[in-house]
Design a protein around this ligand. Structure first.
Ligand SMILES: Cc1ncc(C[n+]2csc(CCOP(=O)(O)OP(=O)(O)O)c2C)c(N)n1
Ligand code: SF4
Ligand SMILES: [Mg+2]
Length: 349
């Protein structure tokens, strides 16, 4: 009997460490269809795949909210800790102190971060804890049915017609003033920009604060909202065209002199910021704060990488934390010797 030859299946596409993109995915999303948070999870999957990060090296942290559910939808085999509302920053700080070899990515909401979680947030930023801190910013408490959060713009309207009469907290300006060393704003609908910013964040060795405007299609996507898809599309003013060149691609980027700024990242990767009109130096805090203030006064939503400092020491280096995870250290290394304890007791007599 004649046998039919089965054509060989095409080789599976893998990244630089031999893993398929499926390895970087998580569970099926239970968020509303069309929620901006889902698009951000997709970009996180792609960015970690493209960078070839080993999923078991990653710690996913979050608080409570629709946004804080997101870590369940990417990097299924990474470590994960879903904290209580407003406590992502605290848990992330403890995680990195306990094991400095992890790559921490926190996903929080605007409510989780600057309403209930503001205290933890400011201290994380000022410490320059090495981690990626993403705010999925929809201007409302999505999970509890759409009340205004502290990032809602003055004059923005709820579906019910209620108008917000308090000014918004600008998370990027706050993060820059406090000491974060990689600060950007993006939009869940801007695949290219968000992907480049996430890859840059993976390459950075300090606090990366990414405020990603992420429309809540169920409670904040109507006329009168300043965080709806159509409002953000109409008012988005990218500061520069952001590209990322990873250290494992030896590519020279061509641009006219004076039209782009190149930033060398800690791991040898490069961020390339091509000018789009505004003269702007992303290593200058004053420039970054001026751009944010001007955009605010003109009711524009400026997006892009506002500030990078690749020199400032991060919190873990500053504390001289040991290389090994603390849980693996023997008692002889974590307990003061008897002689030291005796001396302390003597002082207290
Ligand atoms: C201590 C505490 N207070 C209040 C709540 C109720 N609560 C749950 S999520 C949430 C707000 C979520 O908003 P945000 O962080 O912006 O996330 P989103 O759902 O918009 O993504 C609130 C107030 C809670 N779970 N715990
Ligand atoms: S309620 Fe809003 S924030 Fe929550 S999943 Fe639905 S669209 Fe997203
Ligand atoms: Mg929210």
């Amino acid at each position: 009997m004649a046998t039919t030859a089965v054509p060989p299946s095409p080789p599976k596409k893998v990244n630089r460490i031999g893993l398929e993109i499926a390895t970087y995915k998580g569970g099926k999303s239970t968020l509303c269809a069309g929620c901006g948070h889902n698009a951000i999870s997709e970009r996180i999957v792609e960015a970690f795949y493209e960078m070839g990060v080993e999923p078991h090296r990653v710690a996913k942290l979050s608080g409570i909210g629709c946004s804080s559910k997101s870590p369940a939808y990417f990097l299924g085999s990474a470590y994960g800790l879903n904290a209580v509302h407003g406590r992502m920053a605290t848990i992330a700080t403890g995680t990195m102190l306990a094991n400095r070899n992890l790559l921490a990515i926190g996903v929080s909401g605007d409510g989780d971060t600057v309403s209930i979680g503001a205290g933890g947030f400011v201290h994380l930023m000022r410490r320059n804890l090495p981690m990626i801190y993403i705010i999925e910013d929809n201007g409302v408490y999505g999970l509890t049915k759409g009340q205004f959060s502290a990032t809602a713009d003055l004059g923005s309207k709820l579906k019910t017609g209620v108008v917000n009469d308090l000014p918004a907290i600008d998370t990027c300006a706050l993060a820059i003033m406090l000491g974060a060393t990689y600060v950007a704003r993006s939009f869940s609908g801007d695949k290219r920009q968000l992907m480049a910013l996430l890859q840059g964040a993976i390459a950075h060795n300090g606090t990366c604060m990414l405020d990603v405007i992420s429309p809540c299609v169920t409670f904040n996507d109507h006329e009168g909202s300043t965080k709806s898809y159509s409002y953000v599309k109409d008012h988005d003013e990218p500061l520069a065209e952001v590209s990322f060149v990873p250290f494992f691609h030896d590519i020279a980027v061509d641009y006219e002199p004076g039209t782009a700024t190149e930033i060398a990242m800690h791991d040898g990767s490069r961020m390339v910021l091509k000018k789009l009109g505004t003269d702007f130096d992303p290593t200058n805090k004053g420039d970054a704060l001026r751009v944010l203030t001007e955009a605010h006064d003109k009711n524009e939503i400026v997006t892009g990488l506002f500030y990078v400092d690749t020199k400032r020491e991060n919190f873990i280096d500053m504390l001289n934390v040991v290389d090994e995870p603390l849980a693996t250290l023997p008692e002889s290394r974590v307990r003061p010797p008897q002689k030291v304890l005796d001396e302390i007791m003597e002082e207290l007599r």
